[in-house]
Write a protein that binds this ligand. Structure first.
Ligand code: HEM
Ligand SMILES: *[C@@H]1O[C@H](CO)[C@@H](O)[C@H](O)[C@H]1NC(C)=O
Ligand SMILES: *[C@@H]1O[C@H](CO)[C@@H](O)[C@H](O)[C@H]1NC(C)=O
Ligand SMILES: CC(=O)N[C@H]1CO[C@H](CO)[C@@H](O)[C@@H]1O
Length: 322
């Protein structure tokens, strides 16, 4: 009876056009409980196998979940392969995505135990969490029950740009139902991982076309970056959070506060009252609330435009629709 009422409510609310908000509350950590035992243990063990051997994978797996959620929602569409090379994963920002083999290994292990039960979108959400945890980051309970999409289009990839200011970024996040706090907290993911000179050279060599650098950057940081990146170097890797790139901590906010944000999208967090206040608070408190805040915002990110109920499918292989 209670379930019937709930379904009626969902149908009613979907008709009103707010199915996103309601369906997201359908996700729950124990979703697979009776359908397959020890899912969480399998995902964690396989993820750890890879990440402990190669810790740099953690950053890419976390970023993969973010990219999945921001394009067509958290529906595993980032994982789909296209023979014509026109899927999300073929787009420019994907070039540095690594770790698809981790997702495949986890999915294979799950399929062996309970075929056709766990969605690839859920696998990705759990792997991102376990990868962060494996390198010393926080742990959060991942609400489950997402279904996999069948569509992945390169033309739809419209991720926040590293060249955007905070006004634009706030809008990008608001469009996904995420607020200003989520923006600054999730930017803290840049406490791990790497980028390359390609995305930074314009900022340090020719910011306004006069051979200058972005005044939002500290001159000593610019000098260090120039040492590593020649003006025609588009390959050499750069740490996102120099000096603390391998551990998931709050050091990123120290870097931003010292004008050592790698991208404009990092530095610009000082330009808005609320994001600036958050940065300074984490610096002063030594990241007092960052772990908890990050966990909360990741759960929200993981609910963006999800497919539930009869929508989508449970993919058998994450790279291909059934
Ligand atoms: C605020 C908007 C954001 C922008 C503009 C942005 C932009 C970028 C860019 C340009 C890179 C470098 C990629 C490359 O060189 O190929 C990067 C790396 C990364 N991003 Fe973001 N990002 C944003 C938010 C996020 C969020 C919300 C997360 C996760 C929750 C995230 C996680 C990461 C990680 C972990 C890396 C390092 C990847 C690696 O080492 O392979 N980013 N980001
Ligand atoms: C942010 O960027 C947009 C687009 O480039 C621009 O129109 C706007 O003026 C910028 N805002 C601020 C506060 O710099
Ligand atoms: C800097 O930018 C200006 C204007 O876009 C361009 O004319 C000049 O060639 C650039 N200089 C370098 C070193 O790239
Ligand atoms: C990891 C991955 O799938 N990379 C692809 C990203 O997109 C380019 C084309 O733009 C492909 O060549 C890569 O294989």
């Amino acid at each position: 009876m209670a379930i019937k009422n709930l379904l009626a409510l969902v149908v009613f609310v979907s008709v009103l056009g707010v199915s996103v908000a309601i369906s997201s509350s359908i996700l729950k950590p124990e979703y697979y409980g009776s359908k397959c035992a020890d899912i969480e243990g399998i995902v964690r063990r396989v993820t750890e196998q890879y990440v402990l051997r190669k810790p740099s994978l953690a950053a890419s797996l976390l970023r993969m979940h973010f990219h999945d959620c921001f394009v067509r929602g958290c529906d595993g569409s980032i994982l789909l392969k296209s023979a014509n090379k026109d899927a999300e994963r073929d787009s420019f920002p994907n070039l540095t995505l690594r770790g698809f083999e981790v997702i495949d290994a986890v999915k294979t292990a799950l399929e062996k135990k309970c075929p056709g039960v766990v969605s690839c979108a859920d696998v990705l959400a759990m792997v991102a969490r376990d990868a962060v945890r494996a390198i010393g980051g926080p742990w959060w309970s991942v609400p489950l029950g997402r279904r996999d999409g069948r569509i992945s289009r390169i033309a739809e990839v419209n991720l926040p740009s590293p060249f955007s200011n905070v006004t634009i970024l706030k809008k990008n996040f608001a469009d996904k139902g995420l607020n200003v706090k989520d923006l600054v907290v999730l930017s803290g993911a840049h406490t791990i991982g790497i980028s390359s000179c390609a995305l930074v050279n314009a900022r340090i060599y020719n910011f306004t076309g006069k051979g200058d650098f972005d005044p939002a950057m500290s001159p000593s940081y610019v000098r260090a970056l120039k040492k590593r990146c020649s003006p025609i170097d588009f390959k050499t890797t750069l740490d996102m959070d120099p000096g603390s790139v391998k551990t998931f901590d709050s050091h990123y906010f120290n870097a931003v506060a010292q004008k050592k944000g790698l991208f404009i999208s990092d530095s610009t967090l000082l330009d808005d009252f609320q994001t600036n206040l958050y940065v300074q608070t984490q610096v002063i408190s030594g990241g007092f609330s960052f772990g908890k805040d990050f966990s909360d915002s990741m759960v929200k990110l993981g609910k963006v435009e999800i497919l539930t109920g009869q929508k989508g499918e449970i993919r058998k292989r994450c790279g291909f629709v059934n």
